[in-house]
Design a protein around this ligand. Structure first.
Ligand SMILES: O=C(O)CCC(=O)C(=O)O
Ligand SMILES: [Fe+2]
Length: 262
């Protein structure tokens, strides 16, 4: 049985300090966000203005990466078609993962902008430090996750059409990137697909991988930060380092926009 442990954020949120002619986010706030992402792996900005200019703001952090639908802003909103899947477009819980693990270079930063919060008490976004998890592994497991090759690809089911495919270890080294990149999807590694049916999914993983997923789940349960996004909150995190998940919710009006930056 999965433990339900609620651990509140150990980090702190930044208030969007506005100024200038057009009431934009100020350079001091942007620098504070960058240093929080470096230190704790994420940054939560609260109190964004109604006319917040995402293009201008994200220009300080990197360039947009097109997502599976070709768009820069991906709508995280439940749809009845995916209600029986563990998918971001459902109200179901999401198991720990990093985004874009099937991209040659996964997005460095991931941002969620809340347009409409969940009012039901669920739908928290959970984050844990994947580098800390890796540091907790024994040397044999550590060596294995840097060498054992996995197919990061939607093989069947609702995302099988996706034209993305990477063969890579979980802990990947990419030329030109000066640190390791974590690729992780509990669903893919355990059940063989990114979005799996809520009921009846069959475990496909070998013993090593199953054990690794169990260990990550246990680490995640104990070490996550839980964030309930309010309207116009922006949560940004380092997707090469942090693993994230989501609690289930009931309020079908919950609506986030997801951005990937490289
Ligand atoms: O809904 C959330 O809080 C997270 C969604 C998510 O993980 C995703 O869209 O990749
Ligand atoms: Fe995600």
């Amino acid at each position: 049985m999965t433990k339900e442990i609620q651990i509140q954020s150990l980090g702190f949120a930044v208030n969007a300090s506005l100024g200038g002619d057009r009431q934009q986010i100020q350079p001091d706030t942007i620098n504070l966000c960058k240093s929080l992402i470096d230190q704790q792996g994420y940054c939560l900005i609260q109190g964004l203005p109604d006319d917040f200019d995402v293009n201008e703001f994200f220009g300080n952090f990197g360039h947009f990466i097109a997502q599976y639908d070709g768009e820069y802003a991906y709508s995280v909103k439940s749809t009845p078609q995916l209600q029986n899947y563990s998918d971001s477009k459902s109200t179901n819980c999401l198991k720990p993962h990093t985004d874009g693990s099937d991209y040659n270079v996964p997005p460095h930063l991931l941002a969620l902008l809340c347009l409409q919060p969940a009012t039901c008490g669920g739908g928290q976004t959970l984050l844990a430090d994947g580098y800390q998890f890796i540091a907790s592994l024994d040397s044999d497991t550590y060596a294995e996750i840097g060498t054992r090759i996995y197919q990061f690809k939607s093989k069947k089911g609702i995302h099988a059409y996706r034209d993305y495919h990477v063969e890579s270890p979980i802990l990947d080294e990419i030329p030109g990137v000066n640190r390791s990149i974590l690729r992780f999807s509990h669903n893919l590694l355990l059940y063989g697909d990114y979005s799996v049916p809520i009921k009846g999914a069959v475990i496909e993983a070998d013993e090593f991988t199953k054990n690794l997923c169990d260990r990550l789940m246990e680490f995640f349960d104990w070490h996550h930060t839980s964030i309930l996004l309010n309207r116009h909150d922006l949560l940004i995190w380092d997707n090469w380092r942090m693993v994230h998940s989501r609690r289930k919710y009931q309020d079908c009006d919950r609506h986030l926009l997801r951005y990937w930056l490289g």
